[in-house]
Structures are given as structure tokens and as C-alpha cells.
Write a protein that binds this ligand. Structure first.
Ligand code: SF4
Length: 248
């Protein structure tokens, strides 16, 4: 019997315990900036001025973050005083409460991925989901190469003119019922590419998105949580709800 097989039998399980237990490994949970209270309007304005994408909006003596625009540069975490940083991954949000996944689909969903012009960062994070640590197959999520077999359309990247028709054709080719999950800040707001000459708007404007997963790129745990949210197997965290400022 090969030695690697025997070693595997007696080694502890390496796969994340999520969703039975929260994931706490520091490398797997890099976190995100969150709304912060300061002691003066100047401090709030200073925090907002640090953000290169305008994701931080200063209030009177507080500052809020539009995660859809955040590129996770951590500049606001290194300024003085810093924005608060929360080490979680449960920030995916459900956008269409009237299109919930019915019971027969909850245990197993097939996903067609379309990259509409990304820098590939989000794709690299999605690839991690198939690796042993995240092992999304164990949770019933499978990538399919054809939209005909897909229940879920996962879209990454800012929507470019060249990919607009391909995205629409893919969505139209999927059988009903179908769901859309938009992954990454570029898909949600265009981020730094939103004003480029190739930009054709955002995925949010082009398709009926059911779940959004902000992040630049979102870590694998955030994407996995978004899939579980889409499947109706975890609830949305109250802290993930968009603020009035985020939707303005
Ligand atoms: S991490 Fe960077 S992009 Fe995100 S809110 Fe902070 S400064 Fe802005």
C-alpha cells in the first residue's frame, strides 16, 4: 500500500469545517473595512480622503464603506486613526428575495462561470474552491462547462462591450429556474475600470443578480458563503445588509 495513502488515513482532516463550524484561519479570513466612529469630523474626512476609489464616505463623525467599490488596498487600515477592520467572510448579500432556491436544488447546484473582462484575481480565488481545503464539491457545488447544464451563472469582472453579448447568450441558454451570483467589486461597480472606454456598465445593471459577493478579490470563504446563501443553506448576516449610503 503506498505510504501517502497510509499517511492520509492517519492525518487530521484538512478541509474547512464550514458551515458546521465558522472558519477562523487567519489566511482564509482576511476581513474587510467596516463603518467606523471617530471623535471629530476632521478624522472622518481624513479617512475618506485616504481611499483611492471613493469607497469611504464621511459622515459627521463617522465614515461608512461601500464594499462594492472597495479594492481592499488596506490604506484606510494603515492611516491614523484607522478605519475599523472586521475579520469575517459573511458579507455576501441577497438581492432578490422573491427568487429563492427551491428545496430540490439546495443540495446540489451546477455553476457556469463567465469572466466578463476581469484581471483574473477573482478567477484565481474561485479556483481555490475546488482545492482540498475548501472542497466545494463536498457541499454540492460543481462547475459545468455548458450553460445548458447550469443552475447558477457566476459572473466576475467589469462588464466589457466585447463580453456583453456573450453574457446575455449564456444567461438565455440556461434552463429555468436559474440564478445569478455576481462575484467581486468589478462585477458590482466596475471598481477602477468603471470609467474605462471598454466598460459596458456593471453586471448588476445587465442581469437579475440574486446574490452579490463584494471583494477585490473576495477570498474563497466569502465566495463559498455566497453560494451557500444562494442555495438557502445559510442566512444573511445582519452586518452584510447594505446601508442607505451604499445604495445611494
Ligand atoms: S481598503 Fe482601500 S479601497 Fe477599501 S475602503 Fe480602505 S482605502 Fe478604500
Amino acid at each position: 500500500m503506498p505510504s501517502w495513502f497510509i499517511k492520509g488515513l492517519f492525518s487530521p482532516v484538512k478541509t474547512t469545517r464550514f458551515p458546521k463550524q465558522p472558519e477562523t484561519a487567519p489566511g482564509a479570513v482576511p476581513g474587510r473595512p467596516v463603518a467606523t466612529d471617530f471623535t471629530s469630523p476632521e478624522q472622518a474626512a481624513h479617512a475618506a480622503a485616504q481611499c483611492p476609489t471613493g469607497a469611504i464616505r464621511a459622515g459627521h463623525i463617522s465614515a461608512d464603506v461601500n464594499l462594492n467599490q472597495c479594492i481592499y488596498c488596506q490604506r484606510c487600515a494603515r492611516t491614523e486613526p484607522p478605519m475599523a477592520w472586521k475579520a469575517d467572510y459573511t458579507w455576501a448579500r441577497r438581492l432578490r428575495a422573491n427568487n429563492l432556491t427551491p428545496q430540490p436544488f439546495r443540495k446540489s447546484l451546477h455553476i457556469r462561470i463567465v469572466d466578463t473582462g476581469s484581471c483574473d484575481a477573482v478567477i484565481q480565488e474561485i479556483k481555490q474552491l475546488s482545492k482540498p481545503y475548501y472542497n466545494m464539491h463536498k457541499l454540492g457545488f460543481f462547475i459545468t462547462p455548458t450553460p445548458r447544464h447550469a443552475d447558477v451563472l457566476m459572473v466576475t469582472g467589469p462588464l466589457t462591450h466585447h463580453m456583453r453579448l456573450a453574457l446575455k447568450k449564456t444567461y438565455d441558454a440556461m434552463p429555468e429556474p436559474k440564478w445569478v451570483i455576481a462575484v467581486g467589486g468589478c462585477a458590482l461597480s466596475g471598481c477602477v475600470f468603471s470609467r474605462g472606454f471598454t466598460s459596458a456598465g456593471t453586471v448588476l445593471e445587465s442581469l437579475p443578480v440574486d446574490v452579490e459577493v463584494p471583494g477585490c478579490p473576495p477570498p474563497p470563504m466569502a465566495i463559498l458563503y455566497g453560494l451557500m446563501l444562494l442555495a438557502g443553506r445559510v442566512g444573511e448576516m445582519p452586518s452584510a445588509k447594505p446601508t442607505i449610503m451604499e445604495k445611494a
